[in-house]
Design a protein around this ligand. Structure first.
Ligand code: ARG
Length: 578
């Protein structure tokens, strides 16, 4: 099916074509003045500029043609030349009926599907996921779902941090304490994390210790058998630990590759850079100097003076692998915006080396999760907040607003816990995704789990409420029927539904899930006003009732899909403590 907006665009395109106007200006957008019109076309203004004619005259010409269309109620030219269009109720209703039977809810698949590699998550060996990893997983997973839903092939890669100096630090700490690496395979994630923490302190205080860690890292990277064997265990234990976290967050990764997998390619990149005469040796390190832009551009360090490969080289090599092996048309990195200089440098070197021609490289940088003081969110004692603890805190909060197990029929401990988890995750994720990715936000346990206001649970609740309406209707034998628009609030609701595709498309283009979060919240609110003024079960007659039931079901389906795209589950029923 074609969405309302696309159908209207077709109509306008035809008029432009027959009038000999440039079709690139032939499109509408939802009206800025919903009191005047449903959609507006600003094409006359752009046309007038390029043709050096009067925009109002051009606008009038287009409007006159549009006025003859049977699907259009009114059309006017306002202000400097805006074309304001109001659609006939029948046309809007017809579109709703098509949408109601369309499995994609009016969202067409792209005609040019791309292979998109998504790099998010970015966990590190021996480090438990902390609050800093939350946004990458939440925003990354949502963008992954959006791009996939639009019809592209998405390959997500967790890009495990498993190859840098921290590896040598952990190994050297174990050797320091145990004398050798014979006990490594008995260590679990807690033990490994503890070694890493101690190593961090020791390497900061003692330059010799830091030097040993660097040497061990270099030897590991050069294939020292004993180190590689121990490292494999560290990596495997860490992967298992973060997999649990990502499962809980419902973040999906197709590939569990890491920085270490790029090692061989790193060597090749160094060679390519040499061959192309792009790199130079500076104080023992192999570097690439970048042209200064409007800000200072530090050089990219490919190989450190001790022979170790740097973080930047790893990312450059990984680009080449993703292009060569995965045939990526686009690579999207969902990483803290404090790393934006890193990505600028990496992308620039990729260009200089011609390893990713015609590949769109994009860094979606996000802001920090902050505490009430506006600084990055911390535990009570000032440490970094573990993701697990943060989720547990949120669950406790949600649990306190739920009935106890077996207080509600059919809800034993397992069912309550499932609901607690779904609501807590909705609260955490929506609080994150309602903000634009680039801005930071304050983690507010009080506000974000509320059932009213702009929260995840509010939208889950709206869905559950419609489910309950539909269940009751079903029990009373009422059936859904053709959608017909009678009242103004039905019309407003229908037009909002018709805008779903536009919201998904924009979110996909801008890599901005907040557009869908805004859309879902606004749709839930509009449904609420509709439900206040347009009774369903006590509607004036069966036809109206049947139409409203179907409209409500469509709202439910769109809200569910919107939540799915945000990575949020929609429970069939919601419960509240008495
Ligand atoms: N592991 C890195 C860190 O903790 C993040 C990785 C981000 N992704 C990337 N391709 N560089 O900072």
């Amino acid at each position: 099916m074609l969405s309302l907006e696309k159908q209207l665009n077709e109509k306008i395109k035809n008029i432009f074509k027959t009038s000999g106007f440039d079709e690139k200006f032939a499109f509408v957008k939802p009206s800025d003045r919903p009191d005047l019109s449903d959609f507006q076309c600003n094409g006359a203004l752009a046309l007038a500029k390029s043709l050096k004619q009067n925009p109002r005259e051009i606008g009038q010409k287009i409007a006159d043609e549009l006025a003859d269309d049977n699907d259009i109620e009114t059309v006017s030219v306002d202000g400097p030349g805006f074309i304001n269009i109001k659609l006939k109720n029948e046309f809007v209703a017809q579109n709703m009926n098509e949408m109601a039977v369309d499995s994609r809810l009016g969202c067409a698949k792209t005609k040019n599907p791309k292979t998109v590699v998504m790099d998010f998550g970015g966990p590190n060996v021996a480090k438990a996921l902390h609050v800093g990893h939350l946004r990458s997983a939440v925003i990354g997973e949502s963008i992954r779902r959006i791009i996939d839903f639009l019809g592209n092939k998405v390959i997500s890669d967790v890009h495990f941090g498993d190859w840098g100096t921290p590896m040598g630090m952990i190994l050297s700490q174990i050797i320091f304490e145990d004398g050798d690496l014979s006990k490594v395979e008995t260590y679990d994630i807690e033990a490994i994390s503890a070694f890493y923490k101690k190593a961090n302190v020791r390497c900061k205080e003692d330059e010799k210790a830091a030097e040993t860690a660097r040497l061990i890292t270099a030897e590991l990277q050069n294939g020292n058998k004993e180190y590689v064997k121990a490292w494999k265990h560290l990596r495997a234990v860490s992967v298992n630990a973060v997999k649990e976290n990502y499962d809980e967050l419902d973040a999906h990764f197709d590939l569990w590759l890491g920085e270490s997998d790029a090692h061989e390619m790193c060597e090749k990149i160094v060679q390519i850079a040499k061959d192309k005469n792009i790199s130079e040796v500076d104080e023992g390190a192999t570097i690439i100097r970048l042209p200064e832009t409007n800000k200072p551009m530090p050089p990219v360090i490919l190989v450190k003076s001790d022979g170790g490969f740097g973080y930047q080289l790893t990312d450059i090599a990984t680009i080449k692998m993703r292009v060569d092996d995965l045939k990526a048309d686009e690579i999207i990195y969902v990483v803290d915006k404090r790393q934006s200089l890193h990505f600028e440098q990496v992308f620039q070197v990729a260009k200089m080396l011609s390893i990713a021609p015609d590949v769109n490289l994009k860094h979606v940088g996000f802001g920090t999760v902050n505490g009430a003081d506006g600084k990055p969110f911390k535990t009570r004692d000032g440490g970094v907040m573990n993701l697990k603890d943060l989720i547990e805190m949120s669950k406790n909060k949600v649990r306190s607003s739920m009935p106890k197990p077996d207080e509600v029929e059919g809800y034993g401990k397992a069912e309550i816990e499932k609901l607690v988890s779904e609501v807590a995750m909705a609260a955490i994720k929506f609080q994150d995704l309602k903000n634009t990715a680039a801005s930071g936000y304050i983690f507010d346990l009080e506000d974000f789990a509320k059932f009213d206001g702009k929260t995840g649970p509010y939208i889950q609740y709206a869905i559950a409420r419609i489910n309950s309406i539909l269940r009751k209707a079903d029990e009373s034998g009422a059936i859904q029927g053709k959608i017909i628009i009678f009242e103004n609030d039905e019309r407003t609701l229908a037009l909002k539904l018709a805008g779903f595709e536009n919201a998904v498309l924009r979110a996909g283009i801008d890599k901005e899930p907040s557009i869908i979060a805004d859309y879902a919240y606004s749709l839930a609110q509009i449904f609420s006003s509709f439900y206040n003024t347009c009774p369903i079960m006590s509607a004036e007659n069966e036809q109206v009732k049947a139409s409203r039931l179907k409209l409500a079901a469509l709202v439910r389906d769109v809200l569910k899909q919107a939540l799915y795209l945000l990575g949020i589950k929609a429970p069939e029923k919601m419960l509240k403590a008495n």
